[in-house]
Design a binder for this molecule. Structure first.
Ligand code: GLA
Length: 384
């Protein structure tokens, strides 16, 4: 594949590339809508991701091309940049803007991106393109950022350049992921452990609902605001920096402080989901996948009924999974509002699962989902 991309690079820019970088997408096993509430999450990097072929040029111009999108951009090196409409190149442009704001010297590069993560499917195609750009520039400009600094810089791009108030999970997983490992990440302290995630007799299936995700960004920011409102109400009596500083007991004792029913439901999800991640970590360490699977289903229910970020398409996927005794657990993953679900499926039964879930979903929704066997891969790296 790199050979084909190399050809395309040459066609686009009239010279050969000097380096190739790759950053993956991610799935989150459990701990949803938790990162911006300072709790625990459990993402893994996947083997789908974004490839970047790059070479310096002598023109002091950044030239962006994508195999996935027709839009191109040639833009001179300047002091800062602003977002343009909603086009794909805002992500790399945002990263360059943050390099400039950090006082780093930049110069012109030719860049060709290719992503094989289904775009807008909740598998972090945006964190992947941010991190691959940041990592590549850091190497080629010798900017001296640590990997964690690149993660924070990319999150800042997402929050303040793109305008999505997301947490740090996606950029972190994309940067620090390891083959066959899940990251148990504390989103407050940013301490993490990479734990074995070989999943016994199971494979991890990704089911993309293929639902067009309209309004996802505004709904996401709405949830962030609801959590902030819940925290503010609780802070009248409880000292907490994040909702996840509270356990279920403390929350039950003080939830009356939250007057708005919807806001209370949102906070309940957050507090209970954070507890579930702790239980899930223990279950995984003990090799108790059945307990892990039950927690996945419980997480989905909570996202469906309390946090209300699921939707009919994701619910139908999980509804099917519950009917198949060879599925140990399933849930939506990522922000929700469409996007992808994950399921732990017995590896000998995968082919049957694949056929059945497509038929079940198509029958209920009217179009087919895409179903993949996911491999847990590495974080961002140089390929050549
Ligand atoms: C998106 C955001 C993450 C996280 C998840 C939900 O992927 O980018 O920061 O909040 O949604 O868990």
């Amino acid at each position: 594949m790199i050979d084909q991309l190399a050809e395309k690079f040459k066609l686009a820019f009239g010279h050969v590339h000097t380096n190739v970088f790759f950053a993956p997408g991610r799935v989150n096993l459990i701990g949803e809508h938790i990162d911006y509430n300072g709790g625990l999450v459990m993402p893994c990097a996947i083997t789908f991701g974004t490839y970047l072929l790059i070479a310096p040029n002598t023109t002091n111009i950044f030239r962006f091309r994508s195999v996935n999108f027709d839009e191109t951009l040639d833009i001179e090196v300047q002091d800062s940049y602003t977002k343009r409409e909603t086009l794909w190149y805002n992500y790399p442009v945002g990263v360059i803007d943050r390099f400039l704001k950090s006082g780093k010297k930049v110069k012109g590069f030719d860049m060709l991106f290719f992503g094989n993560i289904p775009i807008g499917s909740g598998l972090s195609s945006s964190a992947s393109i941010e991190i691959v750009t940041a990592f590549a520039l850091n190497v080629l400009l010798n900017s001296g950022f640590s990997k964690l600094a690149l993660v924070k810089l990319s999150k800042d791009v997402e929050n303040n350049f793109i305008g999505l108030n997301s947490g740090i999970m996606d950029q972190f997983a994309v940067a620090f992921g390891e083959v066959n490992k899940a990251l148990q990440l504390n989103c407050d302290t940013l301490e993490y452990t990479a734990v074995d995630c070989s999943l016994g007799d199971n494979v991890l299936a990704i089911i993309n609902t293929n639902k067009p995700r309209k309004l996802a960004e505004s709904k996401y920011n709405e949830r962030v605001n609801e959590c902030n409102a819940a925290l503010k109400a609780l802070n009248v009596e409880v000292e907490a920096t994040y909702l996840c500083d509270m356990d279920s007991q403390a929350f039950t004792a003080h939830q009356h402080l939250i007057k708005d029913d919807i806001v209370r439901k949102r906070a309940q999800h957050v507090v209970e989901e954070n507890q579930r991640v702790k239980q899930a970590a223990k279950a995984l360490a003990a090799g108790n996948l059945s307990a892990f699977g039950k927690l996945m289903y419980a997480s989905h229910d909570s996202l469906q009924y309390l946090y209300e970020v699921s939707g009919r398409e994701l619910d139908v996927v999980v509804e099917y999974c519950r009917t198949n005794k060879h599925v140990t657990g399933a849930r939506m993953t990522g922000a929700g509002f469409g996007g992808c679900a994950i399921a732990l499926v017995n590896k000998d039964q995968y082919d049957n699962f694949y056929k059945e879930i497509i038929a079940f979903y198509t029958n209920k929704i009217g179009y087919a989902p895409s179903v993949y066997k996911s491999m847990i891969g590495d974080g961002v790296k140089a390929l050549a």
